[in-house]
Design a protein around this ligand. Structure first.
Ligand SMILES: [Fe+2]
Ligand SMILES: [Fe+2]
Length: 286
C-alpha cells in the first residue's frame, strides 16, 4: 500500500500560551491534566528523534509523493516541537524542572540512538509514530473528557494529535521503501516503543503530581480512581488497544486505518479559519 498525500503543515498558530497557565486545566482534574502535561514534556525530544530518523533516509527517496509527505512531516513535527516548548515554559513557571528533564532525556536518547543501526532507529520511531497516531485519534474522539475552562492546552494536544493522525504513514512508509527491515525487527522495535512510551509517560506524570504537592498515597488514590476511565470498558487507553495491536500484523500499513468523523470535522474547521482554539470548540458544538 502506498502513502496518500494530503498532509497539511499548519504554521504560525496562536494558542495564547502564557506563564500563568492553570495547573489542572483538564476539568480541574490533576490526573488528566498531568497525563497530557507529561506527554508535552516528551514532545521536543521525541520530535527530534523522529525527524533525525527519517532524515537519515530522505536523500534516497525518489517517489515524489513520498518526498512531499516527508517534507510535510518535517514541517509538522518542527511546529509540534516549537509549540510544546512554549507550553512547557509555562510548566517551568510552575516549578517543573523542564530544562533538566529535557537535557537528561536528550542524553539518554542520544546514547541509545548512537548505539542502534539507522534502520532500527527508524523502526523504533515508526512504532512511536503509530502509538502517537492512535493516541492522537483517541484524544480527538475523547476531547470532551479533558475539556475545562481554559482550553489552550487541550487545543494544543488536539492539534498535535490530529496532525499525528494525518502523517501516521510517513515514518512507516520510509521504513518500508528505504530499508529492508524485516517484520520481526519492526514488531520488536514497536514492542520496545510500546513499553517505553507508557512507562516514561507514567513516571513523568507521577513526578508532576509530586511537584503539585501530592503525597505518594494521594497519587496512588488518583490512579485508583482513574483506573476505570483508562482501562474500563471503552476506557481511554483500552479503546486504543485494537488499533495498536493491528501494527503486529504482517500486512499492516497505517493507511489502512480510516479517518473518522471527528478528525474530518477538525480538519475542515482548520481549513476554514486556521484557529485551533475555535476548531476545538466547534468539536464540542453539537
Ligand atoms: Fe508530533
Ligand atoms: Fe509524528
Amino acid at each position: 500500500m502506498a502513502i496518500a498525500s494530503g498532509i497539511t503543515p499548519r504554521r504560525d498558530l496562536d494558542f495564547g500560551f502564557s506563564t500563568d497557565m492553570p495547573r489542572h486545566w483538564a476539568q480541574g482534574d490533576a490526573f488528566k491534566s498531568r497525563l497530557l502535561d507529561a506527554f508535552s514534556l516528551q514532545v521536543p525530544i521525541g520530535e527530534r528523534l523522529a525527524m533525525r530518523s527519517v532524515q537519515a533516509f530522505a536523500s534516497g527517496i525518489t517517489d515524489a509523493t513520498l518526498a512531499d509527505a516527508v517534507r510535510a512531516f518535517m514541517a509538522q513535527e518542527g511546529q509540534h516541537s516549537l509549540q510544546h516548548r512554549q507550553f512547557n515554559d509555562g510548566l517551568a513557571a510552575q516549578g517543573v524542572a523542564v530544562h533538566r528533564l529535557a537535557r537528561w532525556g536528550q542524553r539518554q536518547a542520544d546514547g541509545v540512538f548512537g548505539l542502534l543501526p539507522r534502520h532500527w532507529c527508524l523502526a523504533l520511531m515508526a512504532g512511536v509514530e503509530h502509538l502517537n497516531a492512535v493516541f492522537g485519534r483517541a484524544l480527538l474522539r475523547n476531547s470532551l473528557d479533558f475539556s475545562g475552562e481554559d482550553s489552550r492546552a487541550l487545543a494544543l494536544h488536539v492539534w498535535h494529535g490530529a496532525e499525528e493522525w494525518e502523517h501516521r504513514a510517513v515514518c512507516f512508509e520510509v521504513l518500508r521503501t528505504q530499508t529492508r527491515t524485516r517484520r520481526l525487527t519492526r514488531v520488536a522495535m514497536y514492542a520496545v516503543a510500546a513499553l517505553l512510551f507508557p512507562s516514561q509517560l507514567t513516571l513523568t506524570q507521577i513526578y508532576l503530581l509530586r511537584v503539585d504537592g501530592l503525597s505518594w498515597w494521594g497519587i496512588a488514590g488518583l490512579f485508583k480512581r482513574h483506573w476505570r476511565w483508562l482501562w474500563g470498558r471503552d476506557g481511554f487507553f483500552r479503546q486504543q488497544m485494537r488499533a495498536q495491536r493491528a501494527y503486529l500484523r504482517g500486512d499492516f500499513h497505517p493507511s489502512q486505518q480510516a479517518d473518522d468523523a471527528t478528525f474530518r470535522r477538525w480538519e475542515q474547521a482548520m481549513a476554514e479559519h486556521g484557529d485551533p482554539l475555535r476548531a476545538l470548540s466547534e468539536l464540542h458544538t453539537v
